[in-house]
Design a protein around this ligand. Structure first.
Ligand SMILES: Cc1ncc(COP(=O)(O)O)c(C=O)c1O
Length: 365
């Protein structure tokens, strides 16, 4: 019998996105379901991005600018790099795949914190390479452990700061030490900063500032979180132009669509919405942390737009109670933290409602 599929597919399961919001509303008989399970922007998109999409819709019959020139130039200007140092992706997700595709072969290794954002593992496995897990220590990325796992076979190191799902950061000083231990012939280093805009700890590592001195560094960012454009799928990588050139060889010609490009450009220019989102998330993260703590739930101090909550044996029950009230939170078990819930930061109204439901279900000790 002809073997049609690559054996590696036996080790992967299709991504289960779950039912749509509309299907859940119908199932629960509610007019509104609040999704706090996907780390989306509580304020929605910038009105300027919405307007840009509207205006661009009439040109939907035309292919987009395959080079994403206007958006790359605007990003380059705002980050203080050249446009050749920026590549756009259909979400940061796509860029992870392009990196793996460009760099990894059978026999190669990629060192990844564990748990961490699941697609790291998937793209490495799919490329035929071997993911090497570095366990978190008390919810934090253990860079000493990661460094110990780097061998001559390591082609890529992937990590995120703030970390998904823990919400913890990598500190600038420890990252600098980690880079130094990798020596003069380091692997590719993917620093995923999807949630960087929500960090207010001055010690949080800033990948862009490190690019000048570290030729194998690739910084990932996205318009899905801070800019509220998750539904349009725009992410970007910033790296040395020679690294970007390699990634461009694996990219489909029109990977970021016309509406996504204009919306991202408008969102980038709408600093007011950007800052309002940031302020709201930081303030409400504090509110949630305090209020959930008051209910006796242990909240991991977060620098992202979500909190990871330790609920022990009550986790499944609390998730179910919230679900019946039309509030979706992420099952920690599905992201490597059994007994936890990952809860995105919402508006004050939403957060207060969530706390109220939990208070009824789990009165303070
Ligand atoms: C750590 C991390 N990186 C990347 C992404 C993907 O972002 P995008 O929506 O741009 O594909 C996410 C999305 O949740 C994430 O949590």
């Amino acid at each position: 019998m002809r073997r049609l599929w690559r054996p590696v597919l036996d080790r992967l399961a299709p991504y289960e996105a779950g039912p749509s919001l509309e299907a859940l509303q119908a199932q629960l008989g509610l007019t509104e379901v609040i999704r706090l399970s996907a780390n989306e922007n509580p304020l929605g998109p910038s009105p300027r991005a919405v307007e840009a999409v509207r205006a661009e819709a009439a040109r939907a019959h035309l292919y987009p600018d395959g080079g994403g020139t206007a958006l790359r130039e605007a990003l380059a200007k705002s980050l203080g790099v050249t446009a050749e140092a920026v590549i756009l992706g259909n979400g940061a997700d796509e860029l992870l795949g392009l990196i793996a595709w460009a760099a990894l072969e059978a026999g190669d290794e990629a060192v990844i914190p564990h748990p961490a954002f699941e697609p790291y593992w998937t793209v490495v496995t799919l490329a035929g390479a071997t993911p090497v897990a570095s366990p978190l220590v008390e919810y934090r990325t253990d860079l000493d452990d990661m460094a110990r796992r780097v061998t001559p076979r390591t082609k890529v190191v992937m990590l995120c700061s703030p970390h998904n799902p823990a919400g913890t950061i990598v500190r600038h000083a420890e990252f600098a030490r980690f880079l130094a231990t990798l020596g003069s012939d380091p692997p590719l280093l993917v620093l995923d900063e999807a949630y960087r805009d929500f960090a207010d700890d001055p010690e949080c590592v800033d990948g862009i500032a490190l690019l000048r001195d570290h030729p194998t560094l690739i910084v990932l960012r996205t318009f899905s979180k801070i800019a509220g454009l998750a539904g349009l799928r725009v992410g970007y990588a910033v790296a040395r132009p020679e690294v970007v050139s390699m990634l461009n060889r694996t990219r489909a010609p029109y990977n970021v669509n016309r509406l996504a490009q204009v919306a991202a450009l408008a969102a980038l220019e709408d600093r007011e919405h950007w800052e309002r989102t940031r302020r709201l998330v930081i303030q409400e993260r504090e509110f949630l942390t305090t209020e959930l703590g008051r209910l006796g739930l242990a909240v991991v101090p977060s620098q992202a737009n979500f909190v990871l909550v330790h609920a022990g044996e009550r986790a499944a029950q609390l998730r179910e109670i919230l679900f019946k009230e039309g509030i979706l939170v992420r099952d920690g078990g599905a992201v490597g933290f059994p007994g936890h819930l990952r809860i995105a930061v919402g508006t004050r109204e939403v957060n207060a409602r969530l706390v109220k439901v939990l208070e009824r279900a789990a009165p303070s000790p």
